[in-house]
Ligand binder design. Structure first.
Ligand code: ADP
Length: 212
């Protein structure tokens, strides 16, 4: 059997369809992009993602959340949390998100994604303006206090190895499109900031705002 990475890519051709991303944007009356939420566990990624999705859905925007825990049930269930596995996890997610953005979906990704290099590799899959890195800045102290899933407690007890912020690093974004201090701002304010950014960049337009 030939290993997948040994297969000759030259034998595989890209089939272009007759409907392009821009046709889908016209049909939807909004553009697509990837909103990439990054931050420590308990910084608020899932909470912000589902509230942003709810708001956009209410405005008739085609939107979908890719969430860390969900992806690890299926797409990446063979992977753990070593740096290599985290890279591979994010590579897969990046490719899935790219297909979703091609399909015209305003995609929201909620992943710790602790390494700069992995986030950059996802960014490189997208055109400028299509990848929106959102850093949910929240101190480890506050995240540990919140600990909604009890992960920090377990990590401190040595029950979860390679836990970001405790026994594995988190590399802060250097130039994120948006940085939000989710340690001391309400969820609604965080969602509103991302929404305003999408409006300012004309990804969604003013006619939708008037229907809020
Ligand atoms: P993550 O997905 O980053 O692990 P979660 O969204 O699961 O984090 O948990 C974050 C917790 O912090 C939730 O209990 C949420 O209600 C709370 N929280 C408080 N303020 C905020 C905020 N501004 N943004 C997001 N979550 C917040």
């Amino acid at each position: 059997m030939i290993a997948p990475n040994e297969m000759k890519l030259s034998n595989i051709k890209w089939h272009s369809g007759k409907i392009g991303k821009k046709d889908r944007w016209l049909k939807n009356s909004h553009k697509s992009a990837l909103v990439w939420l990054t931050g420590l566990s308990a910084s608020g990624k899932s909470t912000v993602a589902v509230e942003l999705e709810r708001m956009l859905f209410g405005l008739n925007v085609n939107t979908f959340v890719l969430d860390g825990d969900n992806v690890r049930h299926g797409l990446s269930r063979d992977l753990r949390f070593s740096p290599e596995d985290r890279s591979e996890n994010l590579r897969r997610i990046g490719e899935v998100a790219k297909l979703m953005v091609e399909a015209g979906v305003l995609t929201i990704a909620a992943f710790i994604s602790p390494y700069r290099r992995d986030r950059k590799n996802v960014r490189l899959l997208f055109q400028e303006n299509e990848f929106i890195e959102v850093y949910l800045r929240c101190s480890i102290g506050i995240c540990e206090q919140r600990d909604p899933k009890g992960f920090y407690r377990k990590a401190r007890a040595g029950l979860i190895p390679e836990f970001t912020g405790i026994s594995a690093p988190y590399e802060e974004p250097e130039n994120p499109e948006i940085a939000l201090d989710t340690g001391n701002m309400p969820v609604e304010a965080a969602v509103e900031k991302i929404y305003s950014y999408l409006m300012d960049r004309n990804i969604i337009n003013a006619s939708r705002q008037s229907r809020r």
